[in-house]
Design a protein around this ligand. Structure first.
Ligand code: FES
Length: 105
């Protein structure tokens, strides 16, 4: 499977072409998925780029850093597979990555 599969809060799935070196947040926003607000522009301070990552891809991602963890701790929607999409830089190894946009809050 190539591309990044993004499922919205309305359960609509879109496959986006992977752009190496972009962040997952940039890819989703550039595709016009406007429910991912990304209010801070990717500096890990707002939490509005929260996504759930399909479990099989979690080991391929860099670990959650302290800043990201602090932001996620403030979200009542946090799950074990929660990540901030602005902290995920895309690489070819992530072809087929599946994520779901987390609820607001
Ligand atoms: S865009 Fe603000 S924390 Fe990711």
């Amino acid at each position: 499977m190539t591309g990044i599969i993004v499922t919205t809060r309305e359960s609509e799935s879109r496959t986006l072409e992977l752009e190496p070196e972009a962040t997952l947040m940039q890819l989703i926003c550039d595709a016009g998925v406007d429910e991912l607000l990304a209010l801070c522009g990717g500096v890990c301070s707002c939490g509005t780029c929260h996504v759930y990552v399909d479990a099989e891809f979690l080991p391929l991602l860099p670990p959650v850093e302290e800043d990201e963890d602090l932001i996620l701790q403030e979200s009542p929607a946090r799950q074990p597979n929660s990540r901030l999409s602005c902290q995920i830089r895309l690489t070819e190894a992530l072809q087929g990555l599946r994520v779901t946009i987390a609820p607001e809050g």
